[in-house]
Design a protein around this ligand. Structure first.
Ligand SMILES: Nc1ncnc2c1ncn2[C@@H]1O[C@H](COP(=O)(O)OP(=O)(O)O)[C@@H](O)[C@H]1O
Ligand SMILES: [Mg+2]
Length: 481
């Protein structure tokens, strides 16, 4: 099994690791250090009662599973379990962005108002922008997005078409003073977003960057166990002629959507793609956007009604990402120009591309749960498997659990061992609530027969097997996740 061997990018001035352009991430890296985690020493403040303020299932389960705690309206602390899932989602986003050739960096949360005055958005953005004054009475703001800041970075260093194409991205906290923050982290005021910005010499190159983002987003969401459908959308305050939103279908979604049911049969899967190949990326865009799929802002009943009636669907969806091509909207007023091959100066063509990293936790739970709790897809689960000791303190059971824990860690997996002195029912209920996709149950009766029990959270089905076989099975399951 080969890990995702990082290779140096071709640019000597950007010492960035990139992932191979094609192929899939190939499972947990055995060299990654794991610290054994025992529930008796963990911080997992599970709630028995359903919190009254939570209106939707993802918010309820995130509170009950001790993943988040509200700090103030629309602002949350990420408790250890929630933080782990957040980091897993971030990791997938990082891997898929770098695989597409996009370069990670980090910009600050606080920005100077001056740049926003240059683009003309300081006044346009309205009350959603949190405006702050520093001690010198200078106007600052907590960034709701980063087009201005990145354009300023770009224009400071890049002067020639030879340095293009370039796509920079970061994963950073944003603040939007939403009038009605709700549904927990789903519509927060502070939230984590991946935002990427492409700089290209021509419109054609910028549209290729748009396509690359579409492909890398499809891959990212699928690795998180989600189907997110690209739908034609409206530019909003970012503006632009081309934009798609990615929507996860869910009754609790805030967006109204209309689509051709054929679109839900499409999956990207683990096909190979060469991100440098314009035609290949364009073909994926066409495949995924040629059928009718629009949000209510761009919905056109006349076109929709041309679809055969049995394929017309209207539903609700959660927006988990959006991509934009907006040409020279920021580069022109901010003077982000490069010298072209013929020596003339021209503003660069840009686009911006966002993934709602923190919102994704909610979207995944809305899409994957039952009445006992969360069911994490393997790609994002906070722990790969739970180990439940049915008789804590029994020498044979304790030794078997510790052996399993060690063996899983040695294989690069991350188990959570419930070593508390609790009834079996309480341990199962906790595991079901926090949603680990696999559970290994160790009890004296099984051990007499030389077996443990491996249970799937999704199907509820259990199988008896030796501890070694259970470890092997989990290694196989997580290969390629
Ligand atoms: N208030 C919020 N709370 C959580 N996530 C958000 C919030 N606003 C936006 N996002 C996420 O960030 C992604 C990119 O943001 P953007 O498209 O600029 O937002 P919007 O469409 O709300 O203006 C969205 O697709 C969404 O997933
Ligand atoms: Mg959007």
């Amino acid at each position: 099994m080969q890990g995702p061997s990082p290779v140096r990018s071709g640019r000597s001035d950007v010492p960035t690791l990139v992932w191979p352009k094609t192929g899939r991430y190939t499972g947990p890296n055995p060299k990654r250090e794991r610290v054994p985690m025992r529930l008796s020493r963990y911080f997992l403040p599970v709630l028995k009662e359903t919190p009254a303020e939570a209106q939707i299932v993802s918010h309820r389960y995130m509170l009950r599973a001790g993943m988040i705690k509200q700090a103030s309206a629309g602002i949350y602390s990420w408790l250890p379990l929630g933080f782990k899932v957040l980091k897993n989602i971030e990791r997938i986003v990082h891997e898929e962005q770098q695989r597409a050739g996009h370069i990670p960096m980090l910009m600050p949360t606080l920005q100077s108002a001056d740049l926003w005055r240059e683009s003309g958005r300081y006044d346009d953005y309205g009350q959603e922008m949190l405006r702050i004054k520093d001690r010198h009475d200078r106007d600052m703001l907590y960034g709701p997005t980063n087009e201005e800041l990145i354009t300023d970075i770009f224009r400071s260093y890049v002067k020639s078409y030879r340095d293009l194409p370039l796509t920079l991205y970061h994963i950073q906290w944003k603040f939007r003073d939403e009038i009605r923050p709700r549904f927990g982290i789903m519509r927060g005021r502070e939230f984590l977003m991946k935002d990427g910005y492409n700089f290209d010499l021509t419109k054609e190159d910028a549209l290729h960057a748009y396509n690359r983002h579409l492909v890398s987003y499809l891959r990212s969401y699928e690795r998180m166990g989600l189907q997110a459908i690209p739908m034609r959308a409206d530019g909003g305050p970012i503006g632009g002629d081309y934009t798609h939103e990615f929507l996860v279908l869910a009754e609790t979604g805030e967006s109204e959507v209309f689509y051709d049911s054929e679109i839900t049969d499409l999956t990207f899967g683990d096909r190979e793609i060469d991100y440098d190949n314009h035609a290949e990326c364009q073909a994926v865009l066409e495949e995924f956007t040629s059928r009718y799929a629009r949000t209510d802002e761009t919905h056109d009943a006349a076109i929709f009604n041309e679809i055969p009636e049995d394929r017309r669907r209207s539903a609700r969806g959660i927006e988990v990402g959006q991509i934009f091509y907006f040409g020279t909207k920021y580069s022109e007023p901010m003077g982000a120009t490069v010298q072209g091959p013929d020596g003339s100066q021209a503003p660069v063509h840009m686009g911006s591309h966002g993934i709602g990293v923190s919102r994704l936790l909610g979207a995944i739970i809305e899409a994957s749960h039952d009445d006992k709790g969360i069911i994490w897809p393997e790609g994002v689960t906070p722990f790969h498997a739970g180990i439940v000791n049915l008789r804590q303190g029994d020498a044979a059971c304790d030794a078997a659990c510790e052996g399993l824990e060690k063996a899983l860690i040695a294989k690069g997996l991350d188990p959570l061992y419930d070593d508390r002195d609790e009834r079996a029912g309480a341990k199962f209920a906790t595991m079901d609530l926090i949603g680990l996709p696999w559970r290994i149950t160790v009890g004296p009766r099984g051990l007499d027969k030389g077996v443990v029990e491996l249970t799937s959270r999704r199907t509820g089905k259990s199988e008896e097997m030796t501890a070694e076989a259970a470890v092997e099975r989990l290694v196989q399951i997580y290969e390629g996740v």
